[in-house]
Design a protein around this ligand. Sequence first.
Ligand code: SF4
Length: 397
Amino acid sequence: MSDLKDKLYRELELKVITVVEGINVDPHIFKHLDLGRRFQEEIHGAFEMDHETHVGIKFPAGFTSPHGLNFPFRWNRNSAYGLSYEKGQYFLTHKKETLFPVTFLDRPKYYGLTTSDGTPMSNIATYLQDGVLAICYSNECALKETGQDCKYCNINATHDTYAEKEGISWKYPKQIGETVAAAYREGGRHLTITGGFVPERREVEYYLDVADAIKEHTGLQDFNGTACIGAPHDLSVIDKYKEAGYRTIATNIEIWDKNIFKAICPGKDQQCGGYDNWVKTLEYEAQVFGRGRVRSNIVAGLEPKQSILEGIEYLASKGVICFANAWCPNPGSELEGHRSPEAAWHFDLYKKIAAIFRKNGFTHEQLYDCMAAPNTVVHDIYRIEDELLPVFQKKAA
Ligand code: SF4
């Protein structure tokens, strides 16, 4: 079995590298792929994650490695990694040398459906594979009004580039309820509601209406939802999310170092009661929702590794699962053109985070329930170590 785990760790290392470095392709290579019908396409529901924008060019959402790890596709014309195509098969390459064959991700059936008001469901909920949906109710952030956008974030630039062309806008509770019901009928089992800041921070009423619509359309009281919110001034509203039926809650602190937080996230600092209120919010959320039922995230690569690890240790001791996914200097963000640390830096960090989670008793099920994406590198480390990937069953059979 350790041979299989070794192979999986080699694939995982390549996943980290291709996320950080991106993948260089001539978009014409995808002319052989039934994108947008059989295979899942990228949709710009909130952020452009490719290294440059590509209006009018469709890319696949991602692909699977030979032993079953899901890789996101991140386009970068400067990368040494690429894809090749030969006799009906695509391959991951490095400097044109073939590394392994890849299989693109299946498109969920609900992507072909529309809500009762005629909106494509693919524009309401992004499918992140493994039964997980991400619903970005507002694909704009009100922080732009005051020039206080987080410096790594490109939500408003992505909106300006794609929203009109791709028909993506504000989502209404009924649209979300109908879409979640359709997705859950074909195996969906977890969702996150998130979005940019809305004017006057009116998010709580909206989240409660969304929870009601999901319950009405799915018939589920516990729909395994995560409410992703900014730190509120009045912490008692957190109880309302729990009462509304969200199983988990998320508040992304983004940066652990207090001074760097102020510089990188001026709006989160000035509009939400300051850094200390973000920490207090997370601690209170863990009291209301329970240990392992609260998530945070740090944008990894903007502060020293030691600072990130201190934050993750501290929050874990309070019952909060804080991820630190690799920063990609997204196009349209203020940090466009900067560089993330090397992939090896990130891979080492991911392994240390997984060790902290283990030490604090967090399970894969808790990671799955509270994180927006089901396939982060830390999830993969758990699935390799706990032998949860389908490839382990095939081996045992
Ligand atoms: S709060 Fe910051 S990270 Fe969140 S959407 Fe607004 S600018 Fe982006």
